[in-house]
Design a protein around this ligand. Structure first.
Ligand SMILES: Cc1cc2nc3c(=O)[nH]c(=O)nc-3n(C[C@H](O)[C@H](O)[C@H](O)COP(=O)(O)O)c2cc1C
Length: 181
């Protein structure tokens, strides 16, 4: 698929068919996502794939900060992919000090790039996704058993799209760009 088409046509999909995405396709997607750029090529993004129904339901019931919209998406999706990152590398010097005034925020920045790269690679493989940011990080860690050294950056619902999703409006380029010429 052509890159521009992939970027423009990918949509956040919240309703899925029951069919699961095979492990082979999931790994094909991650094989592409691992090419995402990262701070000093630290590659700290990790992907936790959850198909287990009980775990999905626990996350939907206990880890969405009461946001029933996301609970519904999680229950309906055949798979969730939790994007985590290894804490303490992206944005850090070797001695453990911060490299910039953004402190450890570069690690979530890197995870964001990895997440969008995952979503684009998924779309190019016919797989739909939505990024979810409303979740209770501590509860997610507890339910899934994610270690302290990892940051939970995003939860994706992943699967094959049921129906069509309209494209939300985008701002015009003139609203986004500033030139100093
Ligand atoms: C960081 C981030 C957090 C998001 N969190 C949620 C969420 O919790 N629930 C949800 O339904 N969509 C969520 N979205 C999806 C956005 O609503 C969606 O990307 C936006 O409306 C544009 O639609 P599009 O992705 O189809 O272009 C999130 C997107 C991003 C990038």
């Amino acid at each position: 698929m052509e890159a521009i088409q992939c970027i423009k046509e990918r949509r956040s999909v919240r309703t899925f068919k029951t069919e699961k995405v095979s492990q082979e396709i999931v790994e094909k997607i991650i094989e592409t996502a691992r090419f995402a750029p990262s701070w000093k090529n630290t590659q700290t993004a990790r992907y936790i794939v959850i198909e287990n129904k009980e775990m999905k339901e626990l996350l939907a019931e206990k880890a969405v900060l009461g946001f029933s919209h996301n609970a519904g998406i999680m229950k309906n999706a055949p798979q969730l992919v939790i994007i985590t990152c290894v804490h303490g590398r992206s944005g850090f010097e070797r001695d453990g000090s911060y490299s910039t005034s953004k402190e450890d925020r570069w690690e979530v920045f890197d995870a964001g790039i990895a997440t969008q790269t995952f979503c684009l690679a998924a779309y190019a493989n016919g797989v739909a996704s939505v990024i979810m940011g409303v979740f209770d990080e501590d509860k997610v860690k507890e339910i899934v058993g994610i270690s302290e050294g990892q940051v939970v950056c995003a939860i994706l619902a992943v699967g094959y799209a049921e129906g069509e999703t309209a494209a939300p409006k985008r701002k015009e380029v003139s609203e986004l760009v500033t030139y100093f010429i």
